[in-house]
Design a protein around this ligand. Structure first.
Ligand code: MSP
Length: 517
């Protein structure tokens, strides 16, 4: 069975989960589910990033020990995953012993290869961004203080002994790697940015701190803790059981896909490959970086208090509508604006009208006119054949889109079929054939059932609950719910359950809470 390993970033525990985190996890979940449906042996990793000065400070502000604080917030991320129906196989916490072991071993190997040396660090550091900045990346404010130009985070001058990673020594290898692997970092605009950054020259990277304690200790130098990105990136190895070569998941490395937000693409496409090269480990196959959400045109931020809470979103719109919307509204890779009217419009137009009505009309005609028995496949007209061909093309089309992480394209392919099926039902008008041509009515309904079957299976990674309900309504047995099963028609003669609506219109959602934005 082909293997597929994919990861989300591990989330910082210095704040509660919001729509941005939910987005990365939902997208990764759809890709993981699609691969499973396609018969792959999937390893899907997620987790929390719990070390660093930011967490230490946030814990102190909450009057808590950092571990207790991390436990609490990590628990919130775990709950977010379960609320969003995320099907991860493991949840890695960077405070776990297995992770500290992986970090220490990665350090050892890089050190043994001569890639790590002790020096002094002096420079502008932002606690909030966990990053050092060059003077050219800063802006001086009227009060004389400095901030990082892009993130607006305050920076302070820091001087301390530090271990360095010899990043400069990897510049040529990294350039050669990116040139030989043009698909490694996507979308391509980010790759171009990265290449020009790479070619402008790399300086060595400070990878330890002595100014705070909350981190993984540096082997043989306990005054230092590891720089949070060295620690965090190693989580992907922790997840496959590394460095234990006999770990059951050892064969799942290298990862096929690291899914990340655009602001952390550089860490994954540059630092991470360099660390792995130093340790003599295979590099991941691809990094895809997605865009950012704003809310009603505003940047999400703690201070603006508009960081949409995934729980409220699920209560308001329903989980599957939320999952659908965030992946449908913007091409994956681009930025998006989360607007209440936009999600409601898509729920009503695309979910309730296009898909919900297609299922409802087909299933209630079968219930009323055929006693709810699945009809046989009849003689095929040209229109039947055209619609069937479109349905048969959907799996390969979606597979190709998912392989490029073009999640909105995958949904559009499904909607092309849904729109064609709606045009077909309107044109064939099976409701008018009951007396005049019942055999033709049954054939038309059978074509529509088969189309719905394809749609329900192939959309199940996006909307697992709603599509499971539709597959129940189609009486598709558990073993017929994978992509390979679509090649075999469901047998005629099966009794279908009484039809029930799948997608309520937004206004009809029982709870009708106030919009969260
Ligand atoms: N801890 C690091 C990742 C280490 S991975 C080895 C981190 N954590 S994070 O919690 O800040 O962000 C995690 C993910 O959430 C990123 O992929 C990021 O892009 C995503 N989002 C956070 N805010 C976002 C939006 N407003 N919109 C979309 N996604 C954004 O970075």
């Amino acid at each position: 069975m082909p293997r597929f390993t994919l990861t989300t970033p591990i989330y910082y525990v210095n704040g509660a989960p919001h729509l941005g985190h939910a987005y990365t996890s939902i997208a990764a979940d759809v890709i993981a589910r699609f691969h499973r449906l396609d018969g792959h042996d999937v390893l899907f990793l997620t987790g929390t990033d719990e070390h660093g000065q930011k967490v230490e400070k946030a814990a102190a502000a909450a009057g808590l020990d950092p571990q207790l604080f991390a436990d609490r917030v990590s628990g919130q991320f775990r709950r977010m995953a379960s609320l969003l129906n995320i099907s991860h196989d493991d949840f890695i916490r960077t405070t776990e012993p297995r992770h500290k072991r992986a970090c220490a071993e990665l350090w050892h190997r890089a050190h043994a290869a001569g890639a790590i040396y002790l020096g002094h660090y002096e420079g502008w550091y932002s606690v909030r961004d966990e990053a050092f900045y060059g003077a050219d990346e800063l802006e001086t404010l009227p009060d004389g203080s400095r901030v990082a130009r892009e993130s607006r985070a305050p920076v302070e001058w820091v001087r301390e002994p530090s271990w360095f990673f010899r990043l400069s020594a990897y510049q040529d290898r990294l350039i050669a790697f990116h040139e030989a692997n043009p698909d490694f970092l996507a979308p391509s605009a980010r790759r171009n940015e990265l290449l020009s950054f790479l070619k402008s020259g790399l300086t060595d990277l400070s990878i330890s701190r002595t100014s705070f304690r909350w981190g993984v200790p540096v082997p043989n130098d306990p005054d230092h803790v590891m720089y949070v990105w060295f620690d965090a990136l190693a989580n992907y190895l922790t997840g496959v059981g590394w460095p234990d070569e006999n770990a059951p998941r050892a064969a799942f490395w290298p990862a096929d896909l690291h899914l990340v937000g655009k602001e952390i693409a550089r860490f994954h496409a540059l630092y991470w490959p360099a660390f792995l090269m130093a340790a003599g480990l295979p590099l991941p196959r691809r990094v895809f970086s997605h865009g950012w959400w704003t809310v009603e045109g505003e940047k999400m931020s703690k201070s603006a208090g508009n960081g949409l809470d995934p729980e409220t979103l699920v209560e308001t719109y329903g989980l599957d509508a939320l999952r659908y919307f965030v992946l449908r509204e913007v091409p994956f890779g681009g930025d998006g604006d989360f607007r209440h009217d936009a999600i409601v419009a898509r729920m009503d137009r695309e979910l309730a009208n296009d898909l919900g009505n297609l299922a409802q009309r087909t299933l209630s005609l079968i219930s009323r006119n055929l006693n709810g028995i699945r009809p046989d496949i009849g003689p095929s007209t040209e229109q039947d054949a055209a619609l069937r061909a479109l349905a048969a093309a959907l799996a390969p089309e979606m597979r190709a889109a998912i392989a490029r992480q073009a999640l909105a394209d995958a949904l559009e392919a499904a909607w092309k079929l849904i729109r064609a099926a709606n045009a077909y039902i309107d044109h064939q008008a099976p409701w008018a054939l009951k007396k005049s041509d019942p055999a033709r009515m049954a054939s038309v309904l059978r074509v529509l059932l088969d189309v719905l079957y394809h749609i329900a299976v192939l959309l199940s990674p996006f909307m697992p609950d709603a599509m499971a309900t539709l597959l129940d309504q189609l009486a598709a047995p558990a073993e017929a719910r994978g992509i390979a099963a679509l090649a075999t028609p469901l047998p005629a003669g099966t009794q279908l359950p009484p039809p029930a609506g799948i997608f309520p219109r937004f206004a009809a959602r029982a709870t009708a809470q106030a919009a969260p934005c």
